[in-house]
Design a protein around this ligand. Structure first.
Ligand SMILES: Cc1ncc(COP(=O)(O)O)c(C=O)c1O
Length: 271
């Protein structure tokens, strides 16, 4: 179910919330967005999502309303949604007018409890280019979704994206980590991957649990020889991966420790 929608500050019934077919966001994917989890009516790390939205909008040259205004709309939809995903879309309209801002809450999508990932080259990824849009959460997600569809068509749940030189990046809609000899490894943000808020929270959990972390550039072989693999995202939280291509993995203790620690962090910050 989708909540009523805050459309440019006005509360509109979901079935009446529309965006023009002439909107440049609709026509060209020129815009940016955020997705955050609300737990019991409180959005987790809304400030960080707002900061990321601000930097995505700045990368596109789109002006946002005041942060406190946006935060109020998010608070309002989170309270209505309860346990939900709160989504914010900023689309470019016609470049002459202010961007159109849409905020609503919807049911948490069902996600598999464990994942099987297909490694795929992603020469389109901003990490493979020197672009000012690296790390921006723009609405142009067609390549990401095409990678997911490719993986699903091949019998996997989703994709594991590799840059043009074969370095591991992230998933189409999640970050990745793995465990080798008790240490957590994850691609460095400097590679141009999204600054995932779940990844950041998981790194805090790892630090608190004295799990050593290595953030670096890693080839696929490093993942394939790991003891455990997992994904991190707002919707999936911390979730085990049981296969990467033909290589299988057991769900392991460090992933469990990080997943439990993440849930504890959420409870501490949202209650
Ligand atoms: C490409 C990409 N990487 C990583 C993530 C995970 O980010 P977060 O933890 O902030 O949800 C997402 C989330 O949508 C994403 O689209």
């Amino acid at each position: 179910m989708t909540s009523d929608v805050i459309l440019d500050g006005e509360l509109v019934p979901a079935e009446e919330a529309t965006v023009s077919v002439f909107d440049v966001g609709y026509q060209r994917g020129f815009g940016c967005f955020e997705a955050m989890r609300s737990y019991g009516g409180v959005a987790f790390r809304a400030d960080q999502h707002l900061a990321r939205l601000a930097s995505s909008a700045a990368a596109l040259g789109l002006a946002l309303p005041a942060t406190e205004t946006l935060a109020g709309w998010i608070r309002d939809r989170a309270e209505t949604g309860g346990d939900a995903v709160v989504r914010v879309f900023v689309s470019a309209t016609d470049f002459e007018s202010d961007p159109r801002i849409v905020v609503f809450a919807e049911d948490i999508p069902e996600v598999p409890p464990v994942l099987r990932l297909l490694p795929l080259g992603a020469p389109w990824h901003p990490a493979s280019r020197d672009t000012e849009l690296a790390g921006a959460k723009t609405m142009s997600y067609a390549p990401n979704l095409a990678a997911t569809r490719h993986a699903v068509a091949d019998g996997f749940h989703d994709a594991l994206l590799l840059d043009a030189d074969g370095f591991v990046l992230e998933g189409p809609t999640y970050s990745v980590g793995w465990v080798s000899d008790g240490s957590m490894r994850t691609p460095a943000l400097g590679q141009g991957i999204l600054g995932s808020i779940t990844r950041e929270a998981t790194l805090e959990v790892a630090a608190g649990a004295s799990v050593e972390v290595q953030e670096d550039r890693f080839k696929l072989d490093d993942v394939l020889s790991a003891d455990e693999v997992f994904v991190m995202s707002t919707v999936r939280e911390v979730r085990p991966v049981i296969a990467v291509g033909d290589t299988s993995f057991d769900t392991g203790p460090v992933t469990e420790q990080l997943a439990t620690g993440f849930r504890r962090l959420v409870v501490a910050e949202t209650t």
